[in-house]
Design a protein around this ligand. Structure first.
Ligand code: OGA
Ligand code: MN
Length: 284
């Protein structure tokens, strides 16, 4: 029997009493799934998990995404977020790895630039810095429920264009090669998601949004900026301070997240992510 302890007024829970490195039984897995639906973010302390064990656990949720080109772990089910090079040393400040980490500092939902965006992400802390390097989450369900009426109406039935190149270009226009751009054309996503349960709808926007369909670029920017600044008010944020061997699972269709900085030319940070593919598109 798992035990959940809420982390925040709106979402998030710590889960204890389960060892994710071993195969868990179907009943416990069903409890975890239900807890994820209810809390959107689950934190499991003390999971000293390796890559194979993380993949095996993740696959219980469904087929995994394969890591795209330009990210460490490409072609495998693993996304490696780290500032440690092949020689096992901290990479220089301007290294591409740190650029990728900087891109993650913008609020986003994983893979929202795919036609069928990711459902769930699983991130395990393999090496953590002493200070900084936290990850912040926002409950987009709570945000939607609290949106002022004019903003809710502005987002209702709207489609946003998500473009991976858009978020990368904000960090460095040279970050993406032409072949990477060609493999990731912009996609349409609903701005409000209804996952069909009593917990309510959620707002779906983030750093990959280049504009809103049917609006000019400047109208789009204004709306997205207003929505994002409302969404990222303190009251909606849970900040996760990582301990070594924490494993965190989140639902990309009800939360957005971002990485926080750390002294990346001095301290080591190595995180490993597996991502469960989405099943349904957000628009018809
Ligand atoms: C991710 C991500 C943030 C972090 O794993 O998808 O955005 O703090 N991580 O590493
Ligand atoms: Mn992410």
């Amino acid at each position: 029997m798992i035990a959940t302890r809420p982390l925040h007024r709106f979402f998030g829970a710590i889960v204890e009493g389960v060892d994710l490195t071993k195969r868990i039984n179907d009943e416990t897995f069903a409890q975890l799934r239900n807890a994820l639906t209810e809390f959107s973010v689950l934190v499991f302390p003390g999971q000293d998990i390796n890559d194979a064990e993380q993949i095996a656990f993740s696959q219980r949720f469904g087929p995994l995404e394969t890591t795209k080109i330009g990210t460490r772990g490409t072609g495998s089910p693993l996304v490696i977020l780290s500032n440690i090079g092949e020689d096992n040393r901290i990479v220089p400040f301007a290294d591409r790895l740190n650029m990728v980490n900087r891109a993650n500092m913008q609020w986003h939902a994983d893979s929202s630039f795919k036609r069928i965006p990711a459902q769930t992400s699983i991130l395990s802390a393999r090496e953590v810095p002493v200070t900084g390097g936290n990850t912040e989450f926002v409950s987009m369900r709570a945000v939607y429920a609290e949106l002022p009426e004019d903003l809710r109406q502005a987002a209702e039935d709207r489609v946003a264009i998500h473009d991976f190149a858009h978020s990368r270009d904000k960090v460095d226009p040279n970050l993406m090669t032409d072949s990477e751009r060609a493999t990731m054309p912009p996609v349409r996503q609903a701005m409000v998601l209804d996952q069909g349960h009593k917990l309510g709808r959620s707002l779906y926007i983030g750093s990959h949004v280049s504009h809103v369909e049917g609006m000019t670029k400047s109208e789009s920017r204004k709306l997205i900026d207003r929505l994002l600044s409302f969404a990222t008010k303190e009251q909606f944020i849970y900040c996760h301070t990582w301990c070594l061997h924490d494993l965190v699972i989140w639902d990309n269709r009800s939360v957005i997240h971002r990485a926080q900085p750390f002294v990346n030319h001095e301290e080591r940070r190595r995180m490993v992510r597996t991502t469960i593919a989405g099943v349904t598109p957000t628009v018809k």
